[in-house]
Design a protein. Sequence first.
Length: 189
Amino acid sequence: MLEKIIQLDKELFVFLNGLGSESFDGMWLLITKQLHWTPFFLVIFYLLFKKLGWKHLLLILVSIALMMVFTDQLTNLVKNSVQRLRPCNDLEIKDVIRIVKSSDTFSYFSGHAMNSTAATMFVYLILKKYYRYAFLLFLFPLIFAYSRIYLGLHFPTDILSGYVFGAVSGFIFFKLYSYFRKKYFPESI
């Protein structure tokens, strides 16, 4: 059963990765870097500040920082335990795929997918009561994580697993944030 899933995962990866072309490689290399998303993050922080103020924004930033430490450590623990090769290093498919970027680290699961989904879930749960279209925030992890398939760095199950663990992490940290918000800022609820 697991072998069948892995084989289907590789076939889906080869298909999705094969949709790329050299003319778009530069764009996807830009998309995959967190630093290039800074304007997007600044807009989100402004929206949070506008609705909640400085004290809550500071609590949100601390919560996100702690969440990123947690998700990074969990990702590293899983990657080093599972030790799945990245597509760009998988001898079975590396000669038939487009490798735009390579890495020697392990693949399962995607830290990009987990971190971006955790942050998005966390922020979405805060902003959804203020903004009708807050769900559009989920375009960020979809685009961000797809870049990893495009570049040849992650299989689809790496991305999907990162999404699941990220969504759960974002939800848990939102609950922790809500607890501390109620405890230390009860006047603003």
